[in-house]
Design a protein around this ligand. Structure first.
Ligand SMILES: NC(=O)c1ccc[n+]([C@@H]2O[C@H](COP(=O)([O-])OP(=O)(O)OC[C@H]3O[C@@H](n4cnc5c(N)ncnc54)[C@H](OP(=O)(O)O)[C@@H]3O)[C@@H](O)[C@H]2O)c1
Length: 237
């Protein structure tokens, strides 16, 4: 039986992924801060889930990852779905910093922990939900977009490292467009996918050990446009 941890499984994409993994025979360690939601999920499939509530920004992150891995009896796949991001047109520092704590610092600690775990094991899979937002800067959410750019770049670095070390560690960067969760903020949203649909595309990409995917697939088109748009035009948007 394969074993996975989903960090940020209390709601949204992480929750949908946890349910899908369980339905596909995985034993799944589920985490997040909201213990009541983890307990509820666990209650749906007690044979599939193990839960451990924790805040990824707390000191004991690595200790908690060790505990939940021990509970599972090993680990094949780690998914980082925890994320924070607020619109911040007033550019207030207290709104900017949480995205760095969760999407950069805790993400980084988790990636280092997972990489070393799989390095020792000589195999494993890491996946993280970055975002289409990581492709360019944003006037209304500068910290969020920058944190997602960090994730995209970091995952590429780890992929290169695994190749150099000839390790069978696959690293999947999931660049999501709009998904119908509380993270999808702002007006003018389009191509909004349900968490269930997003989770299915993510699950298939992880199975296929893809390096980078856009969710849903049509967001690849937006990615092309974003990458091609010259800076002088982008800055006027
Ligand atoms: N929805 C979109 O349109 C969209 C688009 C692109 C990328 N994404 C990315 O997708 C990922 C999942 O977000 P979502 O859309 O599924 O939104 P969500 O339902 O709000 O899920 C966010 C998850 O992050 C967890 N989290 C936040 N702060 C945490 C902390 N300090 N410690 C531990 N867990 C924490 C939350 O759990 P607790 O609150 O229980 O701790 C929750 O499970 C995020 O990285 C987001 O940036 C989403």
């Amino acid at each position: 039986m394969k074993k996975a941890i989903v960090i940020g499984a209390t709601s949204g994409i992480g929750k949908a992924l946890a349910l899908l993994l369980a339905a596909n025979g995985y034993k799944v360690g589920i985490t997040g801060r909201r213990e009541n939601l983890l307990a509820k999920l666990d209650n749906e499939k007690p044979d599939s889930f193990y839960y451990l509530p924790f805040d990824v920004t707390a000191d004991k992150l690595e200790e908690n990852l060790n505990i939940i891995t021990k509970q599972l009896g090993g680990l094949d796949l780690l998914i980082y779905s925890s994320g924070v991001g607020e619109l911040n047109s007033a550019l207030k520092i207290d709104i900017e910093l949480p995205a760095i704590d969760v999407n950069v610092t805790a993400f980084n600690k988790t990636m280092v922990w997972a990489y070393h775990y799989f390095e020792q094991q000589k195999s494993g899979q890491i996946a993280a939900i970055s975002s289409i937002a990581g492709l360019r800067g944003s006037a209304i959410a500068p910290s969020y977009n920058a944190s997602k750019a960090y994730q995209i770049n970091y995952l590429e670095g780890l992929r290169q490292k695994a190749k150099k070390q000839k390790l069978a560690i696959s690293i999947t960067d999931i660049r999501a467009g709009f998904v119908d969760t509380k993270m999808a903020k702002g007006s003018g949203k389009f191509w909004v996918a349900s968490p269930k649909k997003a989770a299915l595309q993510i699950f298939n990409a992880i199975k296929a050990k893809k390096s980078v995917i856009y969710v849903t697939k049509r967001w690849q088109l937006i990615a092309w446009v974003l990458k091609l748009l010259p800076r002088f035009l982008y800055e006027r948007l």
